[in-house]
Structure formats: C-alpha cells, structure tokens
Design a protein. Structure first.
Length: 301
C-alpha cells in the first residue's frame, strides 16, 4: 500500500515535532516484519514469555503447547504457530482468555499472532499504520495515545507494548495506563531498546526518546505501580555487530538508510534462529546485556 505525497508530508511534519516514526518506515515494516530476523526473534522471545505468564496460577490464564513438526528441530524455541488454547474454567463465555490489547500495534503483525490467545484490539497514534493493520484483516484498531487509553479500567487480560514505551515523553504515565486497563492479576509484556551506546540511525527514524538500562526500566515500572515478574536483556549475540554496524553507517554518511532494508536471505535466517534461540533460556534465566530489554509485569490482585 503506497502512500501519497500529502499523507507523507502531513505525518513527516508531525514526526519533526514529536519524534514519532517516519511514515516511510511503516511501509518498510509492513514489507519485512513477517520474515525479518529482528521480528522473528522478538516474536519467539515475547510469545515464549506470554505463554509462561498465562500459564501461571491465575485461574483462567492457562495454556499448553501443541506438538508441531518443528519441535524436534528447535524444541527450546516456541513459536506462535505452536500454541493452542485449553478450555477455560468458564468455557462458553467467549474467546479465551478474554480481551487483549496491543499498544502501538503498527502494521499488525503482532496481532496476527496474539489473536490465537483471544480477542485482540490494537491502538496506534496515527491512522497511517492502522491502514496496514486493516489490510491484514484487523478491524478492532483505532487511533489513540498510549498515555490516554480509551478503555475502561480493568478491561484486559493481557497487554503488550513492543518497542513502544521508548517513544513516550512520559514513560511512567504510559505504564500507569497499562496498569489501569489491566484486570487484577493480569500480565503485561513490554519490549524496549537497551543501552544508549547503541543509539543509531534507526532510533532517529523510529522516533525513540531513549534506550534503557535494566535499573532504569525497573524504576519506571515500579513507579507505575506494576509488579515485575520477569525482566532481562535480550538479543545478546547481536550486541557487538549492531554497535559496530551503526557506527559504520554513521561514519559512511548512511544515517538515513533504514536498517530493516539491510538484509540477505541466508544471513537473515541464521540470525533469526540465533536471536530466537534465547527464548528457551529466558523462560528460566536472564542475560547480562543485550540489544533490548523484555519485562513481564502484573497488576496486583
């Protein structure tokens, strides 16, 4: 779905003022997020921890993995396609486990996988990315701010915000809104970029305000009144290559090059498996550093 010139100019103007993602990046994301190593690896990690969070003793939040042909190849790396739902204790009352919110849903690929867990709603700051989401078949999407969610208190059984919180001027305010709309005892999963030393062209193009260290994120989550269940760095293996690559892009004057376009099918497959392989480890352990941080948190009962 190509963007016309007035649409690009309108959103570029807002990008200049508020640091939101450039409209051209939405087209790139729509093209690559199903298969690019970054999104494949992130999904494996995020959905492994979602499965774990929903499997803890919280009544209706129970899941198991279905056997798949890929299990023998990569048993430690769960993929969204390998999940199936168990009947809930109140089966027949609707989709299980209930309502899911994807904050900053963008072009919709994460919602493709979240809908296996229940009824998914998505929000984004502009209609532009939501057009791509609707093209994927997601109609429960609307324009809204992450710091002013248009939902009633205690509405959702699961909230995700993947690479979203770093865009907010008031990150604690955004986390407080997550807490507000979560049902008591329900989990939220966030994913954010780590280490300011890795700041590069992609941070600028994406409208990031900051990259986090673990204590900084812990402080923000605690200030929002959420209880951390799991927090760790992620994507350890690509830390050095990404640091070096971003320095080279800057030195070579390629700051405007979209990193998601820098790709090769063979290399993409290898890195995707490497990144995704952390999913099994992160279920029970943590990593000392990495390109990103993942945090699973809950609203108190």
């Amino acid at each position: 779905m190509a963007l016309n010139a007035p649409e690009v100019e309108a959103v570029e103007a807002v990008w200049g003022e508020n640091g939101v993602m450039r409209p051209s990046n939405y087209e790139v994301l729509f093209d690559v997020e199903d298969a690019h190593w970054w999104f494949v690896g992130r999904r494996a990690i995020v959905f492994a921890l979602i499965e774990q969070a929903l499997g803890t003793p919280l009544g209706t939040h129970r899941f198991q993995r279905a056997a798949s042909a890929s299990d023998g190849i990569k048993a430690s790396v769960p993929t969204p396609d390998s999940f199936r739902q168990l009947p809930s204790p109140h089966a027949g009352s609707g989709a299980y486990p209930g309502q899911i919110l994807d904050i900053g849903c963008g072009t919709g690929a994460t919602m493709d996988h979240l809908q296996r867990f229940g009824t998914v709603q998505g929000i984004d700051l502009f209609d532009l990315p939501l057009r791509f989401s609707r093209q994927r078949g997601h109609q429960r999407v609307l324009c809204a701010s992450a710091t002013e969610l248009p939902f009633a208190t205690s509405s959702f059984d699961l909230v995700t915000a993947l690479d979203v919180i770093e865009h907010l001027d008031d990150d604690v305010g955004g986390l407080r809104e997550i807490r507000r709309v979560l049902k008591p005892g329900a989990p939220a999963v966030i994913f954010v970029p780590a280490f300011q030393a890795l700041w590069g062209p992609n941070d600028v193009q994406s409208g990031h305000k900051r990259r986090y260290r673990l204590p900084q994120l812990q402080t923000a989550v605690a200030a929002a009144g959420l209880k951390i269940e799991k927090i760790s760095y992620a994507n350890l293996a690509m830390f050095a290559p990404i640091w070096l690559g971003r320095r080279l892009l800057t030195l070579l004057g390629q700051a405007e090059q979209a990193e998601n376009r820098i790709n090769h099918p063979f290399i993409n497959g290898v890195i995707a498996k490497l990144f995704a392989s952390e999913a099994g480890w992160l279920r029970h352990h943590s990593l000392p550093f990495g390109v990103s941080l993942i945090c699973v948190m809950r609203k108190a009962e």
